[in-house]
Design a protein around this ligand. Sequence first.
Ligand code: ATP
Ligand code: MG
Length: 514
Amino acid sequence: MISLTAQTERMAESLAAMATQTGKALAGLTVMFAMFQNYFPCELRVVIMECYEKFINFVYPYIQITFPEFQGDGFRRSKAYSSIERYLNANSTKQAKRLQAYVFDDCDAVVLSVANNEEVTDEFKGIKLWWTSREHSPNKQSISFWPREDEKKYFRLTFYRKYRHRITAEYLKHVMEEGKAITVQERRRKLCTNKAGGGVSGPGFGFGGGGIWSEVVFEHPATFATLAMDPIRKEKIVKDLIYFSKSEDYYKKVGKAWKRGYLLYGPPGTGKSTMIAAMANLLQYDVYDLELTAVDNNTELRKLLINTTSKSIIVIEDIDCSIDVTAKREDEDDGDDNEEGEGKNPVNEEIKKKKKKKRSKVTLSGLLNTIDGLWSACPGERIIVFTTNHVEKLDKALIRRGRMDEHIELSYCGFEAFMILAKNYLEVDSHELFAKIRQLLHETEMSPADVADKLMRKSDGEDADGNLMRLIKALEEDQEKNKDAKREEKEKKVAKGNESGDQALKQNGHKIKL
Ligand SMILES: Nc1ncnc2c1ncn2[C@@H]1O[C@H](COP(=O)(O)OP(=O)(O)OP(=O)(O)O)[C@@H](O)[C@H]1O
Ligand SMILES: [Mg+2]
């Protein structure tokens, strides 16, 4: 990195001016050559061309590319400029001596950027490059909402001419991608919900209000590192998610919409919602929490889904409770139609209405059509997640592969999952009580939520031993309860057996006395 003082800055300016003059002269020469080249024989033309190239490279061996802040129309900020800005801020501010600080619209933190006219160097696969941020300020004073025509900010990239192809084909792509990735990482993510009745604009929180979605900032601390489950399964899920997020080209190649469906199922408190938050944090996606019971009809569902943004997870929690997932699809196609008509029994209609009130008016076919239909044509990547406590209740069509690509079971706490919770909550990797806990977890069914509750420190003075003992006590109590329940069940079975035996004896006219 070269930091310029005021004096060297002036020198650089004059050099730049000279370079511009030289550049103009060379451009003139090029035009002249182009005009007269047809007058030379072919062989001579080749020789002249080679000499000309050598001369140009000798006089001015660089290429400069400028990236203006605003696009052609002057109103829209250039995406390339924004990406370069973020890329340089992340990679070059440590080297620069003159910085400027500001806050982006979509993130809270103070961001440092390289000051105007400060030159920083970058290296790409052994090639050295120079970036400068420049601003051309107008002399006249006037007030305008838009950047004035003579008020221009731009980045200038300088590199050796011989690397032209590699820089334009590879380096610039790399800068754009990195800049985009940094933008995604730094922005505040949002959690959107659809309110009852829909159509109500939310507070926006700086995201511009989604119209039919209401938004808040998404801040959930869950990560895959803190999620308690079998590490091998966890790693597979993480790999799968990362692969999906990078597979735009692959999805295009196979002609499939860039969407992926996950079905998370298991008993309450086993980490389904926590996993969704971990997914969102891993991929830096927004979360759309879709409350189906608040959606009036299939048309509104379509509208809601089309209004989701790229890089988002659409979540439908407790799918079995929010839609009639067991009903025959042919019977329910009238979901958003007017149901009133002549010749219908008013009592039955009333019962039907009451039933419908509890569940969404969205039909299963409506949901399936939306997932497969128009919505899948929306650009960008999206993940859709269903959760349920009763996977056996779901219609096969809803969860078939292709719609729900991955079925993930989250179950009661095993020892591997417990180890993660112990590390999270108590910061212990091993303990003499672990052997006992392993055995008890094997014999009982306790959700990670309950285990976490026992391990949670309730006051400052608590040590790991106390928490582990509390867990052991709870597991033993559960074990006893299970034993009692099993005993009762056995007794009931025996009683039933005796009863049927008595009846059989009665029928046969015998009675046995002990
Ligand atoms: N696998 C897990 N790893 C870490 N923490 C967990 C896990 N499962 C549950 N918890 C803890 O228990 C709480 C409840 O879990 P969560 O809401 O994810 O369960 P759920 O499976 O979505 O339950 P429900 O079916 O009732 O919606 C979480 O806030 C978290 O602290
Ligand atoms: Mg949940």
